[in-house]
Design a protein around this ligand. Structure first.
Ligand SMILES: [Zn+2]
Length: 457
C-alpha cells in the first residue's frame, strides 16, 4: 500500500488538501490520518495532485503512405506520454488497405501495441468506406471494446453525406460515438487549386489552403446531418475556429447535447503568424493554426463548457527528414505535429497559470471529460475505486521547455523555449511510480488495452 500525503488534490469540482491511499493499483480512499504502518509514504507537500492526463487523440506509428509514418511507435510514444503526465491514450488508427474490413486495423494495432506499450491504451475505429458489412462490423469492434469510430470529410477516404448518415444511424443503434474530422473537401480542393495556379506552394501558404470557412461549413453540414438522424453521439475532433465553435454552441444551446467538442493544445497557443517564419514546416498540420480571435474564442468555449476536451492530435514527423518533403511544396509535407509530452505543462501554464481557466476546469478537459466521453472506465479522476493514475506537480517551480529534455523520437518541439510554470515531479500508473523528475523508471511495458464501455447518457 502507498499513501500520497500532504498534497492539494484537484478534481473537476474542488481543490482540497487530502491524502490518497493506494492499494492494488487502485485509489482505495481519500482522506486523512491513514494508518501508515506497512505503507510507503510519498510526501507531496507544496504540490498539486492531479489525476494523470488522458489524451484521446494521438497517432502513434501512423502509416501515411509513400513510406512515411509518424516517428513515435507505441513504445517510445508511450514513454514520452508518461513523462508528460499521460497514463491513457486513445489512438486514432491509420487507414487500412482500400476496401478492408473494419476489423483489419484493430488486428494491426494490437500487434503494434500489445506488450510494447508503457501506458494504458485504446483505439478509435476508422471508417474509410461504408457498406452493409462495415455497418455490421461496427458491432464486432464494440465487442472488442472499441466504442468510438472516426470518419473524415476530407482526404482520400472521405465519406459522402449519405454514407455519413448510414453511419450515424448505425451508431445510434449501437450507442457508440462518432468522431469527425470536419473540413469541407471541395472548398479545400478549390483553395489548393487557386494557390497552385498562382504558384503559391511554399510552406507559408499552407494555412491558405484550408481556410477557416472550410471547417465552419463542414461543422455546419454535420449539424444538419445529425438533425436527420437525431440521437447519434458526435464528437468533433481538433476544432480550430471561432466560426465552427459558434455553430456548435448554437446547436448545443438549442437542442442537441450529444455533440462534443475537442480542441488541441496548439490551437490554444499559436496563431498563423508562425507560418511567416522559416519554420513553417513545423506547423504544417490540418487544420492549420488560426487567428488570435480564434484562440480567444476557443479559451472562452472551454470556460463556458462548449469545448469538452483538450487533446493533441500528436502526429510527429522529423523536421529534418519527413517534413523536408514539403520544403518547396507544402502539399508534399506530411501533416501533423508532436505534443503528447508537452500538453499537460503547456496547458497548465497557458490556461491555469495565466488565469484563463481554473484548476477544476483544467482537470475536467484534460482528464475527466476525455475518459468519460469515450467510456474509459476508472480513469481521469481522483475517486476511490478508480485506477491510481496520478501526477504530483509542483506549481512553484519554473522551467524552460526544451526538446532535449523530452523523450519522444521526433527532432523538434513546437514549444521550444516556452517558459513553463510548474514541474511534473512524479507520475504513477496504476499505483506504480513510472516517472520521477523527468526520468522514466519502468523497464517492462505493462500498459493494458482498455476494453471500453458504451457511455450511457
Ligand atoms: Zn488526428
Amino acid at each position: 500500500m502507498k499513501i500520497i500525503k500532504n498534497g492539494t488534490l484537484v478534481t473537476s469540482s474542488k481543490v482540497f488538501k487530502s491524502d490518497i491511499l493506494i492499494e492494488n493499483e487502485v485509489i482505495k480512499a481519500i482522506g486523512v490520518n491513514f494508518d501508515e504502518k506497512g505503507c510507503e509514504v510519498i510526501d507531496a507537500s507544496g504540490c498539486l495532485v492531479f489525476p494523470a492526463a488522458v489524451d484521446v487523440h494521438t497517432h502513434f506509428d501512423l502509416d501515411v503512405g509513400n513510406g512515411v509514418r509518424s516517428v513515435d511507435d507505441f513504445t517510445q510514444g508511450s514513454i514520452s506520454a508518461a513523462c508528460g503526465g499521460v497514463c491513457t491514450i486513445v489512438d486514432h488508427m491509420a487507414f487500412g488497405p482500400v476496401g478492408c474490413d473494419l476489423t483489419h486495423q484493430p488486428k494491426v494495432y494490437h500487434e503494434k501495441t500489445d506488450g510494447k506499450t508503457y501506458i494504458d491504451y485504446s483505439f478509435h475505429g476508422t471508417i474509410q468506406h461504408v457498406n452493409d458489412d462495415i455497418l455490421n462490423q461496427m458491432q464486432d469492434l464494440v465487442d472488442m471494446g472499441i466504442t468510438s469510430f472516426k470518419l473524415y470529410t476530407t482526404y482520400g477516404f472521405k465519406l459522402s453525406e449519405s454514407e455519413i448518415l448510414s453511419v450515424l444511424k448505425r451508431a445510434r443503434e449501437l450507442g457508440v460515438t462518432i468522431t469527425v474530422h470536419c473540413e469541407d473537401d471541395d472548398m479545400v480542393s478549390y483553395a489548393k487549386e487557386e494557390l497552385i495556379k498562382q504558384n503559391k506552394i511554399l510552406p507559408k501558404y499552407h494555412p491558405e489552403s484550408r481556410p477557416d470557412l472550410c471547417e465552419e461549413a463542414s461543422v455546419q453540414n454535420l449539424i444538419s446531418l445529425s438533425k436527420l438522424v437525431q440521437g447519434s453521439k458526435l464528437y468533433v475532433v481538433h476544432l480550430s475556429t471561432k466560426g465552427g465553435l459558434e455553430a456548435l454552441k448554437k446547436e448545443r444551446l438549442t437542442q442537441n447535447k450529444n455533440i462534443h467538442v475537442e480542441t488541441c493544445s496548439q490551437y490554444l497557443v499559436f496563431d498563423d503568424s508562425y507560418y511567416k517564419n522559416d519554420n513553417a514546416l513545423k506547423y504544417t498540420m490540418s487544420p492549420p493554426l488560426r487567428k488570435k480571435t480564434d484562440i480567444e474564442a476557443l479559451w472562452e468555449g472551454i470556460r463556458d463548457g462548449f469545448v469538452d476536451v483538450i487533446a493533441t492530435d500528436h502526429c510527429p514527423f522529423n523536421l529534418n527528414k519527413e517534413k523536408q518533403r514539403g520544403k518547396d511544396n507544402f502539399l508534399k509535407c506530411p501533416g501533423g505535429a508532436p505534443g503528447v509530452e508537452e500538453r499537460f505543462r503547456v496547458v497548465y501554464t497557458e490556461g491555469v497559470a495565466k488565469g484563463r481557466i481554473g484548476l477544476e476546469k483544467f482537470v475536467e478537459v484534460m482528464c475527466e471529460n476525455p475518459a468519460r466521453i469515450f467510456g474509459v472506465k476508472n480513469k481521469g479522476s481522483l475517486t476511490p475505486g478508480y485506477d491510481a493514475d496520478i501526477i504530483i506537480y509542483n506549481p512553484n517551480e519554473k522551467d524552460i521547455l526544451k526538446h532535449s529534455d523530452l523523450h519522444g523520437s521526433v527532432d523538434y518541439s513546437l514549444y521550444e523555449g516556452f517558459e513553463i510554470q510548474g514541474k511534473i515531479k512524479k507520475v504513477f500508473l496504476r499505483g506504480e511510480m513510472i516517472v520521477e523528475d523527468n526520468q522514466f523508471l519502468k523497464h517492462t511495458p505493462s500498459g493494458k488495452f482498455l476494453h471500453r464501455m458504451i457511455e450511457k447518457n
